[in-house]
Each structure stands twice: as structure tokens, then as C-alpha cells.
Design a protein around this ligand. Structure first.
Ligand SMILES: CC(C)(COP(=O)(O)OP(=O)(O)OC[C@H]1O[C@@H](n2cnc3c(N)ncnc32)[C@H](O)[C@@H]1OP(=O)(O)O)[C@@H](O)C(=O)NCCC(=O)NCCS
Length: 130
């Protein structure tokens, strides 16, 4: 299966953004998803070359000097386990390679996944306004 990666959401439509956030309590709509992509400092998208669907994405926010945060990484269930999530991470970390601090939050079981990219387990605090 051919996967095309791109570091821009230019030209992407909401119709290409179907099937994400299904594990969320209040899933974002495709239109909101597009707003999230447009509002992020960096995005990397994985598209299925057969139909142009977005099948994975990662976003990053940054101050441009010191720090960046990676709020979202998701691959559609049918496309998981084929290296797409890893490729998205490699590409977004490449875009952020001049920065000192790159943070994300994750469930403990995913810490070994992120360790593949040199990321270390950490602790933090979050506020969630559900
Ligand atoms: C995490 C995620 C992005 C990985 O995408 P992917 O395309 O399957 O990633 P890859 O194929 O490159 O790597 C798969 C690896 O992910 C890790 N992984 C994925 N889900 C995991 C889980 N629930 N628990 C532990 N490890 C997990 C495994 O190490 C797996 O390794 P394997 O292929 O050797 O079994 C994908 O599972 C996903 O979208 N999950 C739901 C959303 C999510 O949890 N995002 C992360 C937010 S911090």
C-alpha cells in the first residue's frame, strides 16, 4: 500500500479526515480536525495514495526557539502496525530538531514506543476541560 507523507495541510478538505478520534469521549468533527491542523505550527500527514484519505497525522506547537509540544498523533486503526506512526514521529521530530525541549504526554504503555525516537519517560501535570 502506498503512503504519501506531507508536512502541510494545504489543500486538505474535511472529507479527507474521516475516522479519527473515535476513542475520544467527545470526538472532534472533521471540520474541527481541519482547524486543528491549520492552527498547528507543524503538521505531518500520511495519505493513502489510492484514495487520498488522510490515514495518520501528527501536530506540533512551538515557540520557535526553545520548546515544542506534540499534542496529537494518531493513525487510523486499519493502518496501524505498519510503521506509519513511527514515520510521522521521525518526520515531525526532524522538523523540530533545532529545539531543545520536545514534550508530549502519553499513557505509560506508549513510553517504549516513544523511546524508539530517543524520547525519555517523564512526569508532568495536565488540566483537562472536558
Ligand atoms: C500510537 C499509534 C500512533 C502508533 O501508530 P502505528 O502506525 O501503529 O505505529 P507503528 O506501526 O510505527 O508502530 C507500532 C508500535 O506502536 C506501539 N504501540 C501502539 N499502540 C500501543 C499500545 N496501546 N500499547 C503499547 N504499545 C503500543 C507498539 O510499540 C508498536 O510496536 P510493534 O509494531 O512492534 O507492535 C497508533 O497506535 C494510534 O493511533 N493509537 C491511538 C491514538 C494514540 O494513542 N496516540 C498516541 C497519543 S500519545
Amino acid at each position: 500500500m502506498g503512503i504519501h507523507y506531507q508536512a502541510s495541510c494545504e489543500g486538505i478538505t474535511a472529507e479527507q479526515l474521516v475516522g479519527f478520534f473515535t476513542h475520544w469521549r467527545n470526538p472532534r468533527t472533521a471540520t474541527e480536525h481541519l482547524e486543528i491542523l491549520r492552527g498547528s505550527d507543524y503538521v505531518v500527514l500520511a495519505l493513502d495514495e489510492r484514495d487520498g484519505r488522510v490515514v495518520g497525522f501528527v501536530t506540533a506547537l512551538t515557540d520557535g526557539v526553545q520548546a515544542a509540544f506534540i499534542p496529537l498523533l494518531e493513525v487510523l486503526p486499519d493502518y496501524r502496525g505498519r510503521g506509519i506512526g513511527s514515520e510521522l514521529m521521525r518526520r515531525v521530530l526532524g522538523l523540530l530538531s533545532d529545539l531543545t525541549a520536545i514534550d508530549l504526554t502519553c499513557r505509560p504503555e506508549l513510553q517504549t514506543f516513544y523511546a524508539r525516537f530517543g524520547m525519555q519517560p517523564s512526569v508532568g501535570a495536565v488540566l483537562r476541560n472536558y
